[in-house]
Write a protein that binds this ligand. Structure first.
Ligand SMILES: [Ca+2]
Ligand SMILES: [Ca+2]
Length: 286
């Protein structure tokens, strides 16, 4: 029985990554059976997943900025806004924008962890035992220009006496807690589309029922562009005190969970587009 060899071509663009052409050839028996159609459908789904895997790695480098204020407040109390700022593990971890919660942990007193950002005591060395979380740094190293959202939950300072956690579960919905809106900081507002928001939400949570949602967008694909998501005098829980070093005890850590999505999510759009093409292809062949 003669078969039909049908070439096809799909043009795929990933919004922030490379565009490419995807070729496929499917062979269908003229007396096409359900089995043949099923094979073709599986083939198209496999192609879709291969393409989707190639774009799911989109994300941002994520790191922490700490301010050496020498705060005497309890953990997450207002520790003030004077003192140098050091980065911890600058750009060493990746927040993958795949919609999953990911844990990020920073140890300011670990050897080689710090690099200087700004201020008199910014010398890549720990100058005080206590201070504040000054910002979360997001580096747009992949040049993403689509709008994106980041959710943050369970900001934790783990010290010898145990972990202290801010879980956003008792905060007022829509309020800014701990972190300001994304374009608050003059250091990086020029890298962003104006109008981004930071707000407690009950639409997403790692713990309990609430987390903090940040919605923003880089205004260029400059891989050096970054966001300083600062705690500077925030409306609630500003300049949160953390302990960097406890003499005679294991190194304290600062950690949080984060998840991110780029809008529209490239993999979903890609799957939808190829599925539509695939369904049309199957219909034409039958
Ligand atoms: Ca220092
Ligand atoms: Ca929570």
């Amino acid at each position: 029985m003669a078969g039909i060899r049908s070439p096809g071509m799909v043009y795929v663009t990933t919004f922030h990554g490379p565009s490419f052409l995807f070729f496929f050839v499917a062979e269908i028996d003229e007396g096409s059976s359900v089995m043949k159609k099923t094979k073709l459908f599986i083939f198209l789904v496999a192609c879709s997943l291969m393409c989707a895997n190639s774009v799911e790695a989109a994300g941002f480098k994520i790191s922490l900025g700490i301010r050496e204020t020498g705060s005497t407040m309890p953990i997450f109390g207002n520790g003030g806004s004077s003192g140098g700022i050091e980065w911890v593990d600058k750009d060493a971890q990746t927040l993958t924008a795949d919609g999953t919660w990911q844990l990020f942990t920073f140890t300011p007193n670990a050897a080689g962890a710090l690099s200087a950002f700004a201020g008199g005591t910014a010398d890549s060395l720990l100058s005080t035992d206590t201070g504040t979380i000054e910002h979360i740094r997001l580096l747009n190293d992949e040049g993403i220009t689509a709008p994106f959202r980041v959710w943050i939950d369970d900001v934790t300072n783990t010290v010898a006496s145990g972990p202290v956690v801010e879980n956003f579960d008792s905060a007022a919905l829509a309020s800014e807690v701990m972190f300001n809106e994304p374009d608050f900081s003059g250091s990086t507002a020029g890298n962003l589309v104006a109008g981004g928001t930071t707000a407690v939400t009950d639409a997403m949570a790692f713990s309990g029922s609430q987390s903090l949602e940040v919605a923003t967008q880089f205004n260029s694909n400059n891989p050096a562009g970054w966001l300083r998501l600062t705690t500077f005098n925030a409306a609630n829980l500003p300049n949160p005190t953390v302990i960097f070093r406890e003499p005679g005890a294991p190194n304290p850590t600062i950690s949080f969970y984060a998840k991110a999505t780029v809008i529209p999510e490239p993999a979903s759009v890609l799957l939808m587009g190829i599925s539509v093409i695939g369904l049309g292809f199957v219909r034409n062949r039958s």
